[in-house]
Design a binder for this molecule. Structure first.
Ligand code: GDP
Ligand code: ZN
Length: 461
C-alpha cells in the first residue's frame, strides 16, 4: 500500500512531564534523521531497530537546537502500524510539543487525521476491527478497570470467541449442505436437525452471555453516574471533595474527542464514578422540596448510585424522610456524617429507613469512615456481579447492536428448525448470523463504516 508519512502528538495535550510525537510511514526515519542529532552523530537509518536514542532536535533551516529528546526507533513490520515508526519523547507542555510537531511537518510529514495510526494498523493487517475499536476504548478508558477491559479486548479475546462461534455455524451449514445434497437419506435429515439444534443452542447461549456483560462493560467505560443528596449543610460538598482527593480524579478532556461536558470522575477501588452535573442535581439539597417527591424520583432514577447524606448531630427531619421516599428501590448508600459532634439523630429510625441499604457513619472533618464508604461502593458493584479474570466483556455499542441482531437471527434459525420450516430458510438465518458476527471483527464491513469508525479516534492514535 502506498501511504505517506504521518505525524501527530500522541499523548494528552498539556498533561504530564513527557509528550510523544509519533511518526509513521516510509519516510519516518529519513525525516527523523534530518532533525535529530545524537552526540555520536550516527544516523538513525543505520541504527538497529527497536532502540532508544538520546540527542537533540535541530532545525535544519536555522541550525538552532529545538529540544532535548529521547527517540524510539522502530522499523517495520514489527510495529503497531507495520510501518517504520519513530516516537520522539520530548518535554510536556503545549509549546515545546507543538514545536517538535511543526519541525517534522516542515520536513515532509503530514499531520495525521484522528485515528489514522490505528487505521493503518488495521489496513496493514496488524489488527482486526474489534481490536482497533478496543484501542479507541483504551484512549477513552478512564480507570484501570476500564483499561483492562480494553486491553483484554486488544489481545483478541472477543475476536477469538467470535471466530469460534462462526466456525460452529460454518460446520452446521456444512451439515445442511450434506442434507440438501443427499435428501433421499432419512437419517441424514434427522442428524442434521439434531446437530443444527445443538450447535445453534450453543451459539445462542454464547451470544446471550456476551450481551449480559455489555451492561457492565458500559458501566466500566462510562462510570456510574452518581448523585449526592442531602439537606443543606450535612456535608455533601465535603463528601465530594473527600472522594476526589482520596482517589485520583480522572482527566476527561482528551483532545480530539467530542466530549465537552465537564464531569468529575473518580476511581473508587476500580469503580469509576461519574459525578454528573445533569440539571444541576450533582449536589442536591432541595430537590424534593423544589419539584416534589414524584418528579425527583424521576430525576434520581437516572443515577446509577445515590449517596444520601444525613447529619448525625441534628434531628432527623421530614425532609430527610422524603429523601428516603424519593429514592426507594434505588441503589442508595446512606451516610450519617458529623459523628465527631454530639449525637442528636435517632439512629434507630435511620436504621429502619435504611433497611436493605448500606449504612455508613463518617466524620468527614476528621477523615473518618471514608474507607468504609469506599468499601461499600466497591462491594455494591463487584459483589459477585463482575467475575474477575477470564471474562470477555462487550462494551462497544456497535458490537452490542450486532450481537442483538445475531441473537435474533440465531433464534429464528432454532425456531424455524423446530417448526419444520424448509431447511434452506434455516440456512439463510444461519448465514445471516455468521455475517453479523463477522461484522464485529470487520470481516464483512463496508468502507464507509470503517471510515466512520476511525474518524472517532483521537489525534495521534
Ligand atoms: P453541604 O451543604 O451539604 O454541601 O455541606 P458542606 O460539605 O458544605 O459542609 C457544611 C459544613 O459542615 C462545613 O462547614 C463543613 O466543614 C462541615 N462539616 C462537614 N463534614 C463535617 C464533619 O464530619 N464534622 C463536622 N464537625 N463538620 C463537618
Ligand atoms: Zn455544598
Amino acid at each position: 500500500m502506498d501511504l505517506d508519512t504521518i505525524a501527530a502528538i500522541s499523548t494528552p495535550m498539556g498533561e504530564g512531564a513527557i509528550a510523544i510525537v509519533r511518526l509513521s510511514g516510509e519516510e519516518a526515519v529519513t525525516i527523523a534523521d534530518r532533525v535529530f542529532q545524537s552526540p555520536s552523530k550516527k544516523l538513525l537509518m543505520e541504527a538497529a531497530s527497536h532502540t532508544i536514542h538520546y540527542g537533540h532536535l535541530v532545525d535544519p533551516k536555522t541550525g538552532q537546537v529545538v529540544e532535548e529528546v529521547m527517540l524510539s526507533l522502530m522499523k517495520g513490520p514489527k510495529t503497531f502500524t507495520r510501518e517504520d515508526v519513530v516516537e520522539i519523547n520530548c518535554h510536556g507542555g503545549l509549546v515545546s510539543v507543538n514545536r517538535v510537531l511543526q519541525l517534522v511537518l516542515n520536513e515532509g510529514a503530514r499531520l495525521a487525521e484522528p485515528g489514522e495510526f490505528t487505521k493503518r494498523a488495521f489496513l496493514n493487517g496488524r489488527i482486526d476491527l474489534s481490536q482497533a475499536e478496543a484501542v479507541m476504548d483504551l484512549i477513552r478508558a478512564k480507570t484501570d478497570k476500564a483499561m483492562n477491559v480494553a486491553l483484554n479486548q486488544m489481545e483478541g479475546r472477543l475476536s477469538r470467541l467470535i471466530r469460534k462461534l462462526r466456525q460452529e455455524i460454518l460446520e452446521t451449514l456444512a451439515h445442511i449442505e450434506v442434507n440438501i445434497d443427499y435428501p433421499e437419506y432419512d437419517d441424514v435429515e434427522e442428524m442434521t436437525h439434531r446437530v443444527l439444534l445443538e450447535k445453534a443452542a450453543v451459539v445462542r447461549q454464547e451470544i446471550d452471555k456476551l450481551l449480559q456483560t455489555s451492561q457492565q462493560g458500559k458501566i466500566l467505560r462510562e462510570g456510574l453516574s452518581t448523585v449526592i443528596i442531602g439537606r443543606p449543610n450535612v456535608g455533601k460538598s465535603s463528601l465530594l471533595n473527600a472522594l476526589v482527593q482520596e482517589n485520583k480524579a480522572i482527566v476527561t478532556d482528551i483532545p480530539g474527542t467530542t466530549r465537552d461536558v465537564i464531569e468529575e470522575y473518580v476511581n473508587v477501588r476500580g469503580v469509576p464514578l461519574r459525578l454528573v452535573d445533569t440539571a444541576g442535581i450533582r449536589e442536591t439539597e432541595d430537590i424534593v422540596e423544589r419539584i416534589g417527591v414524584e418528579r425527583s424520583r424521576q430525576v434520581l432514577k437516572e443515577a446509577d448510585l445515590i449517596l444520601l447524606v444525613l447529619n448525625y448531630s441534628d434531628e432527623l427531619t421530614s425532609e430527610d424522610e422524603k429523601l428516603f421516599e424519593a429514592t426507594a428501590g434505588m441503589d442508595v448508600i446512606v451516610i450519617v456524617n458529623k459523628t465527631d459532634l454530639p449525637p442528636k439523630i435517632n439512629m434507630e429510625r435511620v436504621k429502619e429507613l435504611a433497611e436493605g441499604k448500606q449504612l455508613i457513619t463518617t466524620s468527614l472533618l476528621q477523615e473518618k469512615g471514608i474507607d468504609e464508604l469506599e468499601e461499600a461502593i466497591a462491594s455494591l458493584f463487584f459483589s459477585g456481579s463482575i467475575e474477575a479474570g477470564d471474562m470477555t466483556y462487550v462494551s462497544n455499542s456497535r458490537h452490542i447492536a450486532l450481537l442483538h441482531q445475531a441473537l435474533t437471527a440465531i433464534t429464528d434459525a432454532i425456531e424455524n428448525t423446530q417448526s419444520g420450516t424448509p431447511i434452506d430458510i434455516v440456512q439463510i438465518d444461519l448465514t445471516r448470523t455468521w455475517e453479523l458476527l463477522g461484522e464485529i471483527i470487520g470481516e464483512s464491513v463496508h468502507d464507509s463504516l470503517i471510515d466512520q469508525l476511525f474518524s472517532q479516534f483521537c489525534l495521534g492514535k
